[in-house]
Design a protein around this ligand. Structure first.
Ligand code: BGC
Length: 486
């Protein structure tokens, strides 16, 4: 045995003893054999090759090139270069022992050259005051026209890949896409109005609800196509993935309790209630009145196939303060619910803070969120489609610091343990996906936040396993797996 191998074995042995201490109280066999364990990514955040393979520009290609929009002035032009390195990256996943992989398909990579490609037609407006907005052909999500185009896009995917894809999600976090795109105007297409932000165009009281209505109906159309034409022969399942932050009242006051319930309704049920029950939550109708669209009988028909599962992306829990009865700042992206959210009560954080400003470590919040969805939607099958921990980047952090990600191991261990508790208490949760297999382009934060199980050197594209990768591997394959060099 060579020296290098011996050293590796010794290191692996100590790591193993150490990690065994952490993965305490439960192991893989506590979850059903059929349970999906995986990692998650999204196309823009990892692929790069932004002009290769006949791809057209996407809205994020445009936004990331607008000066001042991304914290470190970076973009996803290369990102993890996954477009070229995908075989190696899949090998990394194999070596962890995951049985599934969650990724996204970009419209602009699939539909290039086709008439329906609305994103190809976008361009950037620069106004005198440098405020910018991105213009889509026919107004993008604001125009019902998009429902047909989304259906076309979805059908191309079902037809081309449906023999291999067992779970389809029509959208990832439409609640975030809409709030950020049309309410506070920080994501494409940069639409908003005061007091939520300064944008060249938009109306934060109306547009988010019109755009969301079209997203919900687009979901309905895609599900209908899948169920009528593909599901029987391909045998897959179709659902939607929501960003699901848990909320707790800031003060023990009735108004804050009511506000918390209201904000919860303005978030996940905003999309899931119409899909599952056919209408928006009553809390939304009360506040928004006629700004909230009505589902016509034609709309309702589009929604009749509902869906098969709910995807839950959960990272954090925040406090909620009522702003309806006692005025307070409603300019953040939950302001339309007349709520103010914060991670602190009297200067004390709700859980250990992380490098992502709104993400705190509150495992109990996951239990609350899963139970909320379980009760509200009659225990529809659920997947925890994202859960992960952000490391911050400074001039002083070294690769070694990133790789020794004990705080991430602790986070994942606690959240996964909590997920198991919800399953034992009857929640029909069928999978768990860590965000992310590797560090990648974190939207407005660029490369200043790292969520990966593998560290990525963005100059050389080298991937190095972090402790958390070892932790996941040990959990999935048992302790012996760490003693085998890959
Ligand atoms: C999104 C990911 C993002 C992650 C961490 C999720 O809400 O789906 O794209 O990178 O959160 O912020």
């Amino acid at each position: 045995m060579g020296m290098k191998k011996k050293t590796f074995m010794a290191a692996a042995f100590y790591l193993l003893c150490f990690l065994s201490l952490l993965v305490e109280g439960f192991d893989r066999s506590d979850f059903p054999d059929s349970f999906l364990f995986g990692t998650a990514t999204s196309s823009y955040q990892i692929e790069g090759a932004y002009l290769q393979g006949n791809k057209e520009l996407s809205n994020w290609d445009v936004l990331s090139h607008i000066p001042g929009k991304i914290d470190d002035s970076s973009n996803g032009d290369i990102a993890d270069d996954h477009y070229h390195l995908y075989m190696d990256d899949i090998e990394l996943m194999h070596s962890l022992g995951v049985n599934s992989y969650r990724f996204s398909i970009s419209w602009s990579r699939i539909l290039a050259g086709k008439l329906v490609l609305f994103l190809a037609d976008l361009f950037v407006h620069r106004a005198k005051n440098q405020t910018l907005c991105i213009k889509y052909k026919y107004g993008g999500w604001l125009n019902p026209e998009i429902q047909k185009d989304f259906g076309y896009f979805a059908e191309v995917c079902f037809r081309e890949f449906g023999d291999r894809v067992k779970y389809w999600a029509t959208f990832n976090e439409p609640n975030v896409m809409i709030k950020r795109g049309y309410l506070v105007g920080t994501y494409p297409p940069l639409h908003c109005s005061a007091p939520f932000g300064e944008c060249l165009s938009g109306n934060s009281s109306v547009e988010p609800y019109v755009a969301a209505h079209n997203v919900i109906l687009s979901h309905g159309i895609a599900v209908q196509i899948y169920k009528k034409k593909y599901q029987a022969k391909q045998g897959g399942r179709i659902g939607i993935v929501m960003s699901a932050t848990w909320y707790e009242p800031l003060r023990n006051l009735t108004n804050d309790w009511v506000a918390t319930k209201r904000l919860l309704a303005f978030d996940v049920p905003w999309f899931l209630d119409p899909i599952i029950f056919g209408d928006y939550p009553s809390e939304m109708r009360q506040i928004l009145g006629s700004n909230l669209p009505i589902f016509s009988s034609k709309d309702k028909k589009k929604l009749r196939y509902k869906m098969d599962f709910i995807g839950v992306n959960h990272y954090t829990t925040l406090y909620v303060r009522d702003c309806l009865y006692s005025p307070c700042e409603v300019a953040d992206f939950n302001g339309n619910a007349f709520t103010y959210t914060t991670g602190e009560r009297n200067g004390i954080p709700i859980g250990t803070p992380t490098a992502m400003p709104t993400f705190y470590v509150v495992p109990h919040g996951l239990e609350m969120m899963v139970n909320y969805i379980k009760e509200r939607y009659n225990n529809m099958p659920m997947f925890l489609t994202e859960n992960g921990y952000a490391q911050g980047v400074s001039n002083y952090t070294t690769v070694k610091d990133f790789v020794n990600d004990l705080d991430r191991v602790d986070y994942l261990n606690k959240y996964l343990g909590m997920l198991l508790k919800t399953i034992r208490n009857g929640a029909d949760v069928r999978g768990y996906f860590i965000w992310s297999i590797m560090d990648n382009f974190e939207w407005l934060y660029g490369y200043t936040l790292r969520f990966g199980l593998y560290h990525v050197d963005f100059t050389t594209q080298a991937r190095t396993p972090k402790l958390s990768a070892m932790w996941y591997k040990e959990f999935l394959q048992g302790s012996d797996s760490l003693l085998k060099a890959d």
